[in-house]
Ligand binder design. Structure first.
Ligand SMILES: NC(=O)c1ccc[n+]([C@@H]2O[C@H](COP(=O)([O-])OP(=O)(O)OC[C@H]3O[C@@H](n4cnc5c(N)ncnc54)[C@H](OP(=O)(O)O)[C@@H]3O)[C@@H](O)[C@H]2O)c1
Length: 321
């Protein structure tokens, strides 16, 4: 990409898309276009936004024909935690397939030079060995609760691979671990574990509650990456990587849910107790990505979990003072 390239960030109002926009602006890219759907954009400086429903095939075609972007980051998706994934199963499958089909196919029809598609670590089988290598894709059954979302994401990365093979396009795909940071979703019905814990500890502090309860033994291990590290990795891959193999993006280290909760408790400043409700299920024991391919390509994340959560909490406080 050169600094004047026309770069379309799909999903630019979301946590990942807005982080990619921030990174591009910081790195001097001057021609960024974004779209919004239900939410008005917060990061409008240096970006031109138009309203677009990416589910609508005709509208997406008109948008690509009009704008003819050089590069595309596809960070638009229907996203949520376990409950949302399991409750809105049909929507997670339909909307994610539809959004990515519309973007990928119109990128091809209008001659986009390069595209990066964002998937997720939930594409991997439920019981695969740890840490999870890219090669483990499609080697066993998926976790049923998020199977619709995972199947859509697998279809997306396979679209990139097969458009490259049949049409000679240059589409790459990145599979990030659990992300957190500015613009995260703090709705307890649909959020992921880390933002949910930030909200729970904050509300407990504000309400002077004696304790905060989390489900399970607290022993499952999970990996988390600040979204600014993810955005830096995406822009780095867009500029340096042309392979047909998708790339895991993660921090490379994991933490128990109990230690994560204790860290958030400390950062938020909640002085009550952490209670573990061991009558509730734990979920998968460990989920850690093998990031040796990303490392070999020359990228290493730099934001520690402690600094990253402090940054996310600052952002949370601007929205829920
Ligand atoms: N969050 C994570 O922990 C995580 C982890 C791994 C991978 N990822 C991947 O990263 C990508 C972005 O995730 P995120 O966390 O940034 O999600 P997010 O904050 O919910 O953002 C999703 C974006 O997609 C847009 N969008 C959804 N439906 C749309 C539609 N019909 N038309 C136009 N825009 C639409 C949303 O716009 P509106 O809000 O206006 O609808 C929003 O800008 C996804 O592909 C996800 O799989 C996320």
């Amino acid at each position: 990409m050169n600094k004047e390239s026309k770069i379309f960030v799909a999903g630019s109002t979301g946590m990942v898309g807005s982080a990619i926009v921030r990174n591009l602006i910081k790195n001097g890219f001057t021609h960024i276009i974004g779209t919004y759907h239900s939410k008005k954009p917060q990061y409008a400086d240096g970006v031109s936004y138009s309203q677009l429903n990416l589910l609508n095939q005709n509208d997406v075609q008109v948008f690509f024909n009009l704008e003819k972007p050089d590069y595309v980051f596809d960070a638009a998706a229907k996203v949520g935690g376990i409950v949302a994934n399991n409750t809105y199963r049909a929507q997670f499958l339909y909307e994610n397939l539809q959004i990515q089909n519309n973007i990928i196919h119109n990128a091809y029809l209008t001659g986009v030079k390069k595209m990066l598609f964002l998937g997720s670590s939930c594409i991997y089988p439920k019981n695969c060995p740890q840490p999870i290598k890219e090669d483990y894709l499609l080697t066993d059954v998926l976790e049923y609760t998020n199977e619709p979302y995972a199947i859509a994401k697998i279809a997306g990365l396979k679209m990139c691979e097969n458009y490259n093979l049949q049409y000679g396009t240059n589409y790459i795909a990145a599979m990030p671990t659990n992300l957190y940071g500015p613009n995260d979703n703090y709705d307890l019905q649909t959020s992921h574990v880390l933002p949910a814990l930030i909200r729970k500890f904050h509300e407990a502090k504000v309400n002077d509650a004696p304790n905060v309860t989390i489900w399970g033994t607290g022993s499952p291990l999970r990996e988390f990456m600040h979204v600014d590290d993810l955005a830096a990795a995406c822009v780095y891959l867009m500029e340096t990587y042309d392979g047909n193999k998708f790339v895991n993006i993660g921090w490379g280290k994991d933490i128990t849910i109990k230690d994560l909760a204790l860290l958030i408790k400390e950062i938020v400043g909640f002085t009550g107790e952490l209670v573990l409700d061991t009558s509730k299920p734990d979920g998968t024991a460990r989920k850690l990505l093998d990031v040796s391919l990303l490392t070999s390509l020359g990228f290493t994340p730099s934001i520690s979990l402690k600094d990253g959560i402090a940054n996310a909490y600052d952002d949370f406080l601007t929205k829920f003072p």
